[in-house]
Design a protein around this ligand. Structure first.
Ligand SMILES: [Zn+2]
Length: 87
C-alpha cells in the first residue's frame, strides 16, 4: 500500500498508509481526530525496491481484476496416493 499525505486544518500534515481505492476518502488526524483532506504530493513509490514495487502493483491489480487461471493442472498420482476421505 502506498503512503498518502493528508492535511489537518488544526495540526498540519501527516502521512497514512492506505489502499489506493481509499486514497480520496478523508483520514482521521492522529493528533485531534478531525477529518483531514488529502494533500497532493509526489508519490513515494520510487523509494521501494523493484521486487517490492512489483508485489504492490500485483496486489493492487488483483484487488480490482482477479486473474483467471488458463488451465487447472491435476496431479492424478497425488490424488491416488492420498484420496479424499468420505464425509
Ligand atoms: Zn489534527
Amino acid at each position: 500500500m502506498p503512503i498518502y499525505e493528508y492535511t489537518c486544518p488544526f495540526c498540519g500534515s501527516f502521512s497514512v498508509l492506505r489502499a489506493i481505492q481509499d486514497r480520496s476518502l478523508p483520514a482521521r488526524c492522529p493528533g485531534c481526530d478531525a477529518k483531514a483532506g488529502r494533500a497532493i504530493g509526489a508519490p513515494n513509490l520510487n523509494l521501494m525496491s523493484m521486487a517490492l514495487r512489483a508485489a504492490f502493483s500485483r496486489n493492487e491489480k488483483s484487488c480490482h481484476e482477479p486473474g483467471i487461471a488458463a488451465a487447472i493442472i491435476v496431479d492424478r498420482a497425488a490424488i491416488m496416493a492420498h484420496p479424499p476421505r468420505p464425509a
